[in-house]
Design a protein around this ligand. Structure first.
Ligand code: 6R9
Length: 651
């Protein structure tokens, strides 16, 4: 791998960066040799406390007594830290730039003072609905300023938000409302995206049929499209915001009080409610936003993720606002009205840091450079990627065409569970290599474990599974309502470590290269999906007897969804049925879960104990059936021949 090109930071960039190579080395060393001292200092400097903390770090990764607490006896409020404390110094500075779906609709610039009033009013609406400290509020909104107001309003009054991605189906929404026993759900009439409209309110109506009739529905009239209206249940948020008081005091919260729940896919069963708490999460989000992107006062920061994912939580909202930044919120998609939309937005708002996913880069790469040309991208200083390993072709395209060969690219590895960046270059400090997330952030102690024995591999150059040896403030604290599942999932396989679920390689320079999930989680366009979720949606269909789902390499999405389906006896495969199953999964989970390829499987390869041999199914889906390995333990080896013969990915 010695022919891999490295890209050191330019001397000029390093000279003006918050952190250069020397400072990174010194700060990293301090952060791991004295975590308590390091994080206490950061927390005092970067957060406003109502009551100072005296305890810093109380964490235990031992299975059976896993417990993670940071700054436990401190008292603060997240909304105060993101808004109120900036009012004296930057009340008239833009906090949020809202760029609507349709480029013809004017953008909005919301100042910190305006944000304060909106959030206070929204908080008063929630209070008027009886929402109290600790209550759960599900937010099912598109990328509009009201999503930010709603999240911060919850933080202000101590309610716990759970944002559900607006692309999820009514069923997925209902499951989440029920799992966290939400008191209210906040939605919008309809959501414009890429020139089309999603009927969020009617999705919510459908979801609420499966929920307690006590759940109130707060509706943001965003487009003004007609929707059904159920008196005594539905509330017009904007009308009520005009009626309530423009001020609402912040509620003092414990550092370890939950801030939000975010559901994410695991390898088995239903999605897990990942719980993040207040102080540690906010501190970690703020620090990573500032250092990873080298954010400076006055810069315009754009994270292109959706607020429905953790990237949107930490890098559209909490991190940037805690730092008093100007953050851009984009309602649209990269390819509408055409594939120049991102570059047009960067030019229009003079964006300084831009953060997107490899899948978006690959999709735009496929459209050619014509859409980039003619756009003034000279405001850009740092480019970022997240969500999946970035292939060198996409990295190079990003570097050549968007960075013009001059900008640092930060490839940030992290997860919903980690709250913020874990392994990432700091752009003024670390030379990058295309495809490597490089080195750990402050306080993060990665280890590579032997997947079978679980022992730490000491050699610098090695390959294994990625785990983390010590807690960091942004770490998730539990799975909502199921601490046991939290312990088993993350601390059960490798004793004493947080196990991330990813495989990795470490090169001779100590750089980390993430090789992808080692469990049954697939990564489709940067979205995590449990194969078990798609399987259970498929078998819920009356004509399906059995289903097995695996990922396969997909040019644009990174991984595509490949489903093997065994029909009930008497049912005949047909193209119409294939379409029906695709639509079925879309409605059960959402459009992102629609299988790309469905293969009719008269039988699935199983061991004698009845376990599906996924290894074999993966190989066939990858069109790599020459390397199936040992099939002798199969109950009926002949099913494999049929599967190979009729494989769908013959490319
Ligand atoms: C932030 C986010 C987490 C999973 C993670 C890994 C993959 C994320 C990556 C990356 C390689 C990167 N992943 N960033 N793989 N390089 N820079 O994406 O959270 O949705 O929870 O997904 O995504 O497999 O385990 P989440």
């Amino acid at each position: 791998m010695s022919d891999i090109k490295t890209y050191p930071p330019s001397a000029d960039f390093a000279a003006h960066a918050h952190v250069d190579a020397e400072r990174y080395a010194a700060m990293y060393k301090a952060s791991v040799s004295d975590p308590e001292g390091f994080w206490a200092e950061q927390a005092r400097e970067r957060l406003d406390w109502i009551e100072p903390f005296t305890k810093v770090k109380e964490t235990d990764f031992t299975l059976g007594k896993v417990s993670i607490k940071w700054f436990e006896d401190g008292v603060l409020n997240v909304a105060h830290n993101c808004i109120d404390r900036h009012l004296d110094t930057r009340g008239d500075q833009t906090a949020i730039i809202f760029e609507p779906d349709d480029p013809e609709t004017p953008a909005q610039h919301i100042t910190y003072r305006q944000l304060h009033e909106k959030v206070c009013r929204f908080a008063n609406v929630l209070l008027a609905q009886g929402v109290m400290r600790g209550d759960r509020v599900v937010i099912y909104l598109p990328m509009i300023p009201e999503a930010a107001y709603a999240m911060l309003a919850c933080a202000r009054i101590g309610a716990i938000h759970s944002v559900v991605f607006a692309g999820f189906s009514p069923d997925a929404l209902a499951n989440r409302i029920n799992d966290c026993e939400a008191k209210v759900v906040i939605t919008a009439d309809t959501a414009p995206r890429g020139g089309r409209r999603t009927a969020l309110k009617s999705n919510t109506d459908a979801a609420l049929l499966h929920c307690s009739d006590k759940v109130r529905c707060l509706v943001v009239k965003h487009t003004g499209d007609q929707t059904t209206w159920i008196e005594d249940r539905d509330v017009d948020v904007k009308a009520m915001m005009d009626e309530v008081a423009p001020d609402c005091p912040v509620r003092p919260m414990g550092a370890e009080d939950p801030l939000f729940i975010l559901y994410t896919s695991g390898s088995t069963g239903k999605p897990k409610g990942v719980v993040h708490t207040s102080a540690g999460y906010l501190l970690y989000g703020a620090m990573t936003q500032k250092f990873t992107f080298d954010y400076h006062d006055g810069d315009v920061f754009w994270c292109g993720a959706d607020v429905g994912w953790v990237t949107g939580h930490t890098y559209i909202l909490y991190g940037p606002l805690a730092n008093g930044a100007t953050t851009l919120m984009f309602e649209g998609v990269p390819t509408w009205p055409d594939a120049s939309r991102f570059w047009q937005v960067i030019e229009k708002h003079k964006v300084n840091q831009f953060y997107t996913a490899p899948t978006a880069i690959r999709a735009l790469m496929g459209q050619g450079t014509g859409f980039v040309e003619g756009h003034d991208l000279s405001s850009l200083k740092v480019l970022g990627t997240v969500g999946e390993p970035i292939n060198p072709e996409a990295w190079n395209w990003y570097n050549d065409n968007i960075g013009k060969g001059k900008l640092p690219i930060v490839d940030t590895w992290w997860q919903t569970e980690t709250g913020g960046h874990m392994i990432t270059p700091l752009p003024g400090a670390v030379a990058t290599k295309p495809g490597s997330a490089t080195l750990p952030f402050f306080g993060v102690q990665p280890v590579v474990l032997d997947p079978t024995s679980g022992t730490v591999i000491e050699d610098t150059q090695c390959e294994g599974v990625l785990a983390i040896a010590e807690s960091w403030p942004g770490q998730m604290r539990t799975v909502w309502g199921d601490h046991d599942r939290f312990e088993k999932t993350y601390f059960g396989d490798y004793k004493g470590y947080y196990f991330a679920g990813d495989g990795c390689r470490r090169d001779a320079d100590g750089y980390y290269w993430i090789t992808g999930r080692v469990d049954d989680v697939i990564n489709v366009s940067g979205h995590r999906m449990g194969t078990a979720e798609v399987e259970s949606a498929l078998v819920a269909h009356a004509k399906v007897a059995e289903a097995a789902v695996v990922g396969y390499p997909h040019e644009v999405k990174g991984q595509g969804i490949y489903a093997y389906v065994t029909l009930m006896s008497g049912e005949e495969p047909s193209d119409a049925l294939r379409k029906e199953l695709e639509t079925w999964v879309r409605t059960e989970i959402g459009p992102i879960a629609k299988p790309d390829l469905i293969q009719w499987a008269p039988g699935l390869p199983k061991t004698r104990s009845g376990k599906i041999m996924r290894r074999i199914l993966r190989k066939i889906a990858e069109n790599d059936y020459g390397a199936l390995g040992d099939t002798s333990t199969l109950a009926d080896p002949s099913v494999v021949d049929d599967l190979i013969e009729n494989r769908m990915n013959k490319a």
